[in-house]
Design a protein around this ligand. Structure first.
Ligand SMILES: N[C@@H](CCC[C@H](N)C(=O)O)C(=O)O
Length: 283
């Protein structure tokens, strides 16, 4: 089959976007893996699918996300910004604010006057069951960090936060020297995360500036992770280390996160969304 696609990125987190508003989406996990493969396919961190909403659903679009390992996941923040850029630039909507349904939430996406996109990610979920994380008798310390005992006697303290998808956040002194590709898979291998986990490494520079790297579930280290950056800033604010608006430098670009600190308030993710090229692949 011949499949038209659009390549996009948000702060270097890259996507293959598929328009399923006219033709129903019907790719197997194997075809998705091929599409995501950087040598045998187009190559991307995630595949995003644009669909019309179900009849009677009070949203503008349905937004589906697949990691490049072929698994469907709940959320992708950088992808959400690209989703809005895609539907507006392709003329699928004339609105500058759209509401989209993911598998477990509704997100509001808004074009900003400076060209960036602002995503209302909804409130963070702060209880371990929301990831899920099987806490057993484990308890967090006063900063909200959970003591995790990993393989080979390695111990880390991590904030556990769901942004609709699961995140473990580690505070580090320097992201450049942090053992991201070693510790990321070790935290992910902890069986207390039955649905896996994204692992973020946050370096706090001032109360309003931070740097981040994220080892993503189903994709490995990416150049930026929107939900991971939201979770990390939520962790920093809860630990009393960050103010409610934070500029975060990821390896692929800058993101801004805003959160009041109130558990029921939404987290806002602001950043770029870029069209790179379009093409057709035979699958
Ligand atoms: N890159 C994303 C998150 C994509 C999904 C994640 N890997 C997961 O498995 O939950 C973002 O920008 O949020």
């Amino acid at each position: 089959m011949q499949l038209p696609f659009t390549k996009m990125h948000g702060a270097g987190n890259d996507f293959v976007v598929l328009d399923a508003t006219t033709t129903p989406f019907d790719l197997s996990p194997e075809q998705l893996r091929r599409l995501g493969d950087r040598r045998f396919g187009v190559g991307c961190d995630q595949i995003l699918v644009v669909e019309r909403p179900a009849p009677g659903d009070d949203v503008d679009f349905r937004y589906r996300i697949f990691n490049n390992d072929g698994d469907e996941v709940e959320h992708c923040g950088n992808g959400a910004r690209c989703f809005l850029r895609y539907v507006t630039s392709r003329g699928l909507t004339a609105q500058s604010v759209v509401r989209v349904r993911t598998v477990n939430a509704v997100l509001e996406l808004a074009l900003m006057p400076d060209g960036r996109v602002r995503v209302d990610m909804g409130p963070p979920r702060l209880v371990p069951e929301s990831l899920p994380f099987e806490a057993g008798s484990l308890r967090p310390d006063p900063r909200g960090l959970w003591p995790l005992q990993l393989v080979d006697g390695v111990h880390v303290d991590a904030a556990l936060i769901s942004m609709g998808n699961p995140h473990a956040v580690l505070f580090v002194d320097d992201v450049d020297s942090a053992p991201v590709t070693l510790l990321g898979p070790q935290v992910q291998a902890d069986p207390r995360f039955p649905q896996g986990v994204n692992v973020g490494f946050l370096q706090i520079q001032t109360r309003a500036r931070a740097r981040i790297r994220v080892y993503e579930r189903g994709a490995g280290e990416t150049l930026a992770c929107g939900t991971g950056t939201c979770a990390a800033v939520v962790a920093g604010i809860r630990a009393g280390l960050l103010d409610p608006a934070v500029e975060v430098q990821a390896r692929g670009g800058d993101l801004r996160i805003e959160w009041s600190g109130q558990a029921t308030d939404s987290v806002f993710l602001i950043g770029p969304a870029t069209l790179v090229f379009e093409g057709t692949i035979s699958l």
